[in-house]
Write a protein that binds this ligand. Structure first.
Ligand code: CUA
Length: 349
């Protein structure tokens, strides 16, 4: 009997050594993963570096919760160390007051405080934008963003995968989906809101800092979900209005011979069946409006940098760059046609 107990104790000892080494290993791995992920928390897509009113509130709530969780974690670790090393041999003790206070009273108080604090933020964040604010309709499609400006003065302007906003002005986003559920999120400016087929959801944002930020789809929506991003450019009101006036203009025919021949190839290859270039015969509405595509921050909804070389890549390797996207590869075109098309699209600024 004594032998069996000794064997059991030895086995338990070995197991706990292994468990300790495993837990040291995993905590190192988790720390490493944590650090890598935190690297994504700075710059143009960071909820912790707010550049908008709602994002400031959300970051504030996050820090309160992080501090609260930190305090609770330290207290729990302290109690565990106390029970293990300081007072492991106390014979009689009653656990019930500790369980009632630590297990019920403290969590109830902490969670009630956080709930009240979070709920108190809601009315302001959910309030509609003031009358006369800029309105922008954004329609989520697999896997890009159709953006329509509806200014109170002037005609609507349609573009894709890029949103420009004036600083310190509230703006109302009217969000829709053309196919499946997407979610519209600009972490630097505020929270996310789902885009639901057959419904319109709204989001009010107010940027407080000039800069270039990144938005992304925050709801899994199919194979290229991770490649559904967009640029957000916040500028002064004057720069914003100049940009919107420029977007209103139809496309100009290029002067350069290669680009000019690209314009003809664009028409004869049937690109206009899916794409609109205002001022030309191309009036398709299936894919993104390309009127000023050469002036955008990226190609393929944040997938490639915007230049002539990448237009060729996009046209010939569409399905490799963005799997299952509705646009087919155009690799059957000759090298000359591709370069001409790229020069034309690049000229559409
Ligand atoms: Cu759209 Cu995920």
């Amino acid at each position: 009997m004594r032998n069996i107990l000794a064997e059991a104790a030895k086995a338990i000892g070995q197991f706990s050594n292994r468990a300790a080494s495993f837990s040291a290993h995993t905590s190192r791995s988790f720390a490493l993963i944590g650090i890598t992920h935190l690297a994504g928390c700075d710059g143009k897509q960071s909820a912790l570096e707010p550049a908008g009113r709602s994002a400031e509130k959300i970051a504030e709530l996050f820090w309160w919760m992080a501090i609260g969780a930190g305090v609770i974690w330290v207290a729990m670790m302290g109690l565990a160390l106390y029970a293990t090393f300081v007072a492991p041999k106390i014979k009689s003790r009653s656990a019930s007051p500790l369980i009632v206070v630590g297990g019920a009273v403290v969590p109830t108080v902490v969670l009630s405080f956080l709930l009240a604090y979070g709920l108190a933020m809601m009315p302001e964040m959910l309030a509609p934008a003031p009358e006369g604010s800029l309105k922008i309709a954004v329609i989520g499609e697999q896997w890009w963003w159709r953006v329509r400006y509806e200014p109170s003065n002037g005609d609507p302007v349609v573009l894709a995968n890029e949103i420009r906003l004036p600083v310190d002005e509230p703006v109302e986003f009217q969000l829709e989906s053309a196919d499946v559920i997407h979610s519209f999120w600009i972490p630097s400016l505020g929270g996310k809101v789902d885009m639901i087929p057959g419904r319109q959801t709204r989001l009010k944002l107010e940027p407080t800092r000039i800069g270039v930020f990144r938005g992304a789809c925050a709801e899994y929506c199919g194979s290229s979900h991770a490649l559904m991003t967009f640029s957000v450019v916040v500028s002064s009101k004057k720069d914003f209005e100049a940009w919107l006036d420029q977007q209103r203009e139809p496309a100009k025919s290029p002067m350069e011979p290669l680009a000019l021949s690209g314009e003809k190839i664009f028409v004869t290859s049937g690109c206009g069946a899916c794409h609109t270039v205002r001022g030309t015969a191309a009036k398709g509405v299936v894919g993104p409006d390309l009127t000023h595509v050469g002036g955008r921050m990226s190609l393929g909804a944040g997938t490639l940098p915007n230049d002539a070389e990448n237009f060729v890549r996009w046209l010939t390797q569409t399905q490799t760059i963005k799997p299952d996207v509705h646009m087919p590869n155009f690799s059957m075109l000759s090298q000359y046609d591709l370069r001409a098309l790229a020069a034309y699209l690049d000229s559409l600024e």
